[in-house]
Design a protein around this ligand. Sequence first.
Ligand SMILES: NC(=O)c1ccc[n+]([C@@H]2O[C@H](COP(=O)([O-])OP(=O)(O)OC[C@H]3O[C@@H](n4cnc5c(N)ncnc54)[C@H](O)[C@@H]3O)[C@@H](O)[C@H]2O)c1
Ligand SMILES: O=C(O)C(=O)C[C@@H](O)[C@H](O)[C@H](O)COP(=O)(O)O
Ligand SMILES: [Zn+2]
Length: 374
Amino acid sequence: MTQTPSHETVRVNLGERSYDIVIGPGLIARAGAEIAARKPGIRCAVITDRNVAAAHLDSLMESLATGGIEAVPLVLEPGEKTKRFDELVKVCDHVLGARLERGDAVVALGGGVIGDLSGFAAGIVRRGMSFIQVPTSLLAQVDSSVGGKTGINSSHGKNLIGVFHQPDLVLADTDVLDTLPIREFRAGYAEVAKYGLIDRPEFFGWLEQNWRDVFAGGAARIRAIATGCQAKADVVAADEREKGARALLNLGHTFGHALEAATDYDGRRLVHGEGVAIGMVLAHEFSARMNLASPDDAARVQRHLSEVGLPTRMADIEGELPATDILMKHIGQDKKVRRGALTFILTRGIGEAFVADDVQADEVFRFLEEKRGS
Ligand SMILES: NC(=O)c1ccc[n+]([C@@H]2O[C@H](COP(=O)([O-])OP(=O)(O)OC[C@H]3O[C@@H](n4cnc5c(N)ncnc54)[C@H](O)[C@@H]3O)[C@@H](O)[C@H]2O)c1
Ligand SMILES: O=C(O)C(=O)C[C@@H](O)[C@H](O)[C@H](O)COP(=O)(O)O
Ligand SMILES: [Zn+2]
């Protein structure tokens, strides 16, 4: 693709399934030409949600038409509750009803909910179709559109049903973030900060200094997204199917997912990135409790996430907090559990996360009981 200096491209190296993540302004207008150049003659199903459709579907459809690509849109309800079986069936029926072939593409235009759901459909219809991500939330641009985890939720817990299915291309148009509600931008920022906390302490320090510029847009925002995508691309290239180090990307998620599930995936109370923010503070505090890290590091994480306007305490969640028993039930269903033993991502300090596979459930229970009041 012709690059302008305002664009960044990150390559995810996975052999014959390698792909580019292109990040920068104006990419929806160029999407038709970019896709047609890479996949001549392709047809598409564009899956999106009502909020994103109102702001960006017409532009994408026009761009695809200009590139000579026939596309059939499907608009779903926004929100986490859309990651469920009957919506998956709708997407599959839409793709099959349009008589798309295996080489044709499912295009996800939306946040992580649309990406995870559409990617799952692309992974199973005709045993695997082409998949293109056009992420529209900060969270999707920096995290969910990359790496091939797709899926839906279950009454037993978060993301419990799905497949690994990599996209062929990710086009992250940073202009679309101008219409993203500020609460959702903040939620995505939690996943940006996560990369610093895992193993890039200098990036976390840079965010502490420059987060206002990231929120304002422009070069700092593109730099933050590209840094996050590069961090994720490195981990995914080394461990695509989470046999080991990829679990680090789950920092804050064991607590966060339990909170999301226990609040019934009700986005009015908690959205994914907010659960991750609270979960990352808990993970740092639990690490300090286990004498693995300094309490000062946990305080630093809490201070920064709170400064950008994210919830950082369980008590920040609207409404009645779920009982600790319920949280423990969801934690016990986490996909990282091995032979019944809990696995958490803990830390020795800022940027020193590690996989701890011997965490005692009763320690976690006592910790959560204590934290629910603070
Ligand atoms: N597959 C992965 O690797 C991965 C990684 C992180 C998160 N996730 C999943 O992603 C989901 C969260 O993603 P999310 O935070 O993007 O949530 P989301 O998809 O619900 O989008 C957030 C909200 O913003 C709206 N929106 C999105 N883009 C917009 C835009 N440009 N303008 C106006 N409104 C816009 C959506 O309609 C929605 O209401 C969760 O289900 C989480 O589990 C997956
Ligand atoms: O890509 C990964 O690996 C991640 O863990 C990224 C997370 O931010 C994301 O929320 C992911 O969906 C969590 O995966 P899960 O396997 O814990 O459901
Ligand atoms: Zn996440």
